[in-house]
Design a protein around this ligand. Structure first.
Ligand code: CP
Ligand code: NVA
Length: 307
């Protein structure tokens, strides 16, 4: 049994095997209808419980479909429907109880510590479906999408433009493991988690953090961004948006990247803030494939956790 909490917890070999098995499963499945199980069903008779402390469209639906395609079933719980969410049962007791009912747990929470606390008391694997600190499932899925379109990500250049948030933190961890170049263009005030940056540098990450979005985007194979205001952001939102204004991904920024570069966004997007509709709906954008590939990457993550 394995837990999938941080990209940095897994070895290079394990991470590569998850991506490669996602590619294989996706191609073997062909164009079957979304809810039709695969030929081989490693989750047959098994249940995944999902807890959402925060809103979700993609994670909720793509995990549900992933479980169905693997032959299992899922139960989706919102924070306000369960005792732990209301605060009248400890994480320890909830974890012990869920271990009696399910074979794997996925959780989206505001506090990374909640995931660690669940892990401590669960008898089943846990998957991080986004915390204030990271979004590892998104990043694995984005690597799958990148490689489908552009080949092996090793030594390619990914430019992250905008807020140094949870998704960017997971990208830094991934850059160490998959050995790609990561340029982060962000204001000083909104840099990624300093502990994650420090550890990545110690592990020879090809990481550039600059306040100049054009320098970050120059010659990149892929330009990425995310909402300027994340679900867990508590500060002055208007002030943050003002500071991030010059980091908008628009035609001008896309022009300094490689001619055949792609644009990625994990979604949801605030159009005309972090990205213009012109770029998001443009030829270089692969955002809908990114959403689709969440299903395929997560199937492999689940399979790896159940080993
Ligand atoms: N990208 C992503 O995780 O989307 P949701 O918040 O809709 O799940
Ligand atoms: N950074 C965003 C990602 C949403 C999928 C957030 O945490 O709200």
């Amino acid at each position: 049994m394995n837990n999938f909490i941080n990209i940095s917890d897994l070895s290079k070999v394990e991470l590569r095997s998850i991506i490669d098995s996602a590619k294989k499963r996706k191609s073997e499945r062909g164009g079957k209808p979304h809810s039709q199980p695969d030929e081989n069903q490693p989750l047959n008779g098994k249940t995944m419980i999902m807890i959402f402390e925060k809103t979700s469209t993609r994670t909720r639906i793509s995990f549900d479909l992933a479980v169905k395609q693997l032959g299992g079933s899922s139960i989706i719980l919102n924070q306000d429907e369960i005792h732990y969410g209301k605060g009248d049962e400890t994480i320890k007791d909830t974890a012990k109880v869920l271990s009696q009912y399910a074979d794997i747990l996925m959780i989206r929470t505001d506090s990374h510590n909640n995931v660690d606390e669940f892990k401590k008391h669960l008898e089943i694997p846990i998957i991080n479906g986004l915390t204030n600190q990271g979004h590892p499932c998104q990043v694995m899925s984005d690597i799958l999408t990148f490689e489908e379109l552009k080949g092996n990500i090793k030594d390619k250049t990914i430019a992250w433009i905008g807020d140094g948030n949870n998704v960017s933190n997971s990208f830094i961890e991934a850059a160490v493991k998959f050995q790609f170049k990561l340029n982060i263009g962000c204001p000083k005030k909104y840099q990624p988690d300093s502990k994650i940056v420090k550890l990545a540098k110690k592990n020879n990450c090809q990481l550039l953090i600059t306040e100049d979005p054009y320098k970050a985007a120059e010659g990149a194979d892929c330009i990425m961004t995310d909402k300027w205001i994340s679900m867990s952001d508590k500060g002055d939102k208007n002030k943050k948006k003002k500071i991030l204004k010059k980091y908008q991904v628009n035609k001008k920024i896309m022009k300094v990247a490689k001619l055949d570069s792609i644009f990625m966004h994990c979604l949801p997007a605030s159009r005309e803030e972090e990205v213009t509709s012109e770029v998001m709906d443009g030829k270089q954008s692969v955002v809908w494939l990114q959403a689709f590939n969440r299903i395929h990457a997560q199937k492999s993550i689940i399979e790896w956790c159940m080993k």
